[in-house]
Design a protein around this ligand. Sequence first.
Ligand code: BTN
Length: 290
Amino acid sequence: MDKTKGREGAGMTEESRAGAGLTGLDRQAVSGLLRTRAFGRNIEVHETIGSTNTRARDLAMAGIPHGTVVIADEQREGRGRRGRSWVSPKGAGIWMSVVLRPGFKVAWASRITVIAALSVSEAVYEATGSRPMIKWPNDLIMGNKKVCGILTEIRACDADTDFVIAGIGLNVNTHTDQFPSDLARSATSIYQETGIHIDRNRLIADILNSFETLYENLAKPDGFAQFRMRYRDLCITLGRRVRVCGANEEFEGTAMDITGECTLLVKLDDGTVREILSGDVSVRGIAGYI
Ligand code: BTN
C-alpha cells in the first residue's frame, strides 16, 4: 500500500510522482494486474476526452466486444446523473466506462449499477482499509461526502444491439482545491479521507476484477439476492431520515428497505410506505441534505 503524502496531480514533477510510486494511467500496468476473462481485456486509455461514457457508447454502437473499458486521465465534458456535469480533473481520479452486453434483459441495468457500486467499495477497502458506504442508489460516501458516482446508460434494441455502459467516476487523489467551491462542501476523495495516495492503475484493475466476478454471479439463480444483502449492509440511507425530490413532488420520511428491484421503500410520517424508483434522495447527516 502506498502511503506517500506526495501529490499525484498539480504540483508534482514527473520525477517526484515516479519517486512516490505514482505513475500516470498505463494500459499495460492495468492489464498486468487483471484476473478477468472479459473486463478490461480490451482497454482504451485517453489523456483527455469529452466523456468516457460517450466514447464507450460510440464503440458499443460500432460493435466493440463485451467488457471493453474506456479510461481517461481527464474528462472535459464528464456527465453525471440527471444531466449534471461531472468534474474530472487531470490525474486526480478514475474516469472509466465499461461496455457490457448482458445476455439478459437490460431491465437488469439497476442491478449492474448495484454491483458496480459494490465493486468500487470493495476495491477501495482493499487499498485503504476504509470502506465507502453507499447512498441509494449509487453514490459512494466517505466521511459523509460523495467520493464516487456511477452513471449507467442502456441501449435496448434487440439481443444483438443491447448494451449497457457502466460509467464510474471515482475521486482518488483529488485535493480540495481541485473541486469547484460549490462542490467542496459535498465532494471528497480517497486521499482527503485517508491521507493515502493510491496507484490508479492498481485500483482500476481491482475494481474490474471484482466487477467481473460479481457480474458473472448475477445470472446465477438467486445471484442478486446475496448482492442485495451486501448492498443493504453498506447502504447508509437505510434507517435514516430522507428527503425525496421527484419530478412533481417532494416529501420526507424514513428509508426502510431496498427491494429486489433495487427500489427504495420510504415510510412517511403518516405511516404510508412509498416505493421510490428514481429521483434525488438526500439523507440527513450526509452532505447535500436539504
Ligand atoms: C453521478 O452523477 O453521480 C454519476 C457520475 C458518473 C461520472 C462518470 S466519470 C466516467 C463516466 N463518464 C462520464 O461522462 N460519466 C461517468
